[in-house]
Design a protein around this ligand. Structure first.
Ligand code: ZN
Length: 250
């Protein structure tokens, strides 16, 4: 499994409060979570400030599944790179979108919706409920677990109805949220997983780490094919007028 972790990597550089939690960057914690559960995985890291954000065509072509953590600089992601990621998913690459990635360009392009939600930073408790314990992403995960402090995300989350709704979060302040969902887009699988605010050590929680790794394995490409063209095709059996002139579809 070839995994590429995209991390915006600005909060950790700019804010001491975040650097204290993730001294080596959020990507380092995600990387160790993947390797803990999939020791054979080939993991690469890409960050916003690299040329093409580290997501060149060569990198994307050599990626079975991409993890995406971004927050404050979604707009700085080049449209061409966002489109490259979107097309890769349609062609079979997996995409696991984490936390504030709900507003990232690749995710909103693939969903076709705003990705908006309600939020609050109040150090409150989150309790996550597993709805499908038999699903591979929830393998080894208890029926519920708690994060002592997290940012609150509340409904309505503006995404299309998922193919699979796997977890619901409850927050101390009263809100609930669909916190683990999957969608098929073309040949690819998209997973959204909610927790992971940058000022809390969420990616060191063993259940969160397992879900991240399981989601990567679940979404990883099994098949790649570019379906962007609609070719005219000869008939397999005799047809009344094989040479009929017509206007080509654009
Ligand atoms: Zn956040």
């Amino acid at each position: 499994m070839r995994v590429t972790i995209y991390n915006e990597y600005l909060h950790e550089v700019e804010a001491e409060s975040v650097r204290r939690v993730y001294p080596d960057g959020i990507h380092a914690e995600l990387r160790s979570a993947v390797l803990e559960h999939a020791p054979g995985a080939e993991v690469r890291v890409a960050t916003l400030r690299e040329p093409e954000h580290g997501l060149t065509q060569e990198v994307v072509d050599a990626t079975d599944v991409m993890l995406w953590w971004g927050h404050k600089a979604h707009a700085e992601v080049a449209d061409a790179v966002a489109e490259r990621v979107q097309r890769a998913v349609l062609g079979g690459m997996g995409l696991v979108v984490l936390h504030s990635g709900h507003y990232s360009k690749p995710f909103t392009r693939l969903m076709g919706t705003h990705g908006s939600l309600k939020w609050r930073e109040a150090d409150e408790k989150e309790r996550l409920w597993s709805l499908q314990p038999s699903h591979p992403i929830l393998a080894g995960v208890p029926d519920s677990f708690e994060l002592e402090q997290e940012e609150m995300y509340g409904e309505r989350f503006d995404v299309p109805d998922p193919d699979e709704l796997l977890m619901i979060s409850w927050f101390q302040g009263g809100e609930v949220f669909r916190s683990l969902m999957t969608w098929r887009r073309g040949h690819g699988r998209v997973v959204y997983f909610r927790p992971g605010h940058e000022t809390y050590p969420t990616y060191r929680n063993p259940h969160v780490r397992r879900i991240v790794a399981n989601a990567a394995a679940y979404a990883a490409a099994r098949f790649r094919r570019d379906e962007s063209r609609s070719p005219e095709t000869p008939a397999l059996e005799p047809v009344p007028n094989p040479g009929k002139e017509h206007v080509l579809k654009p």
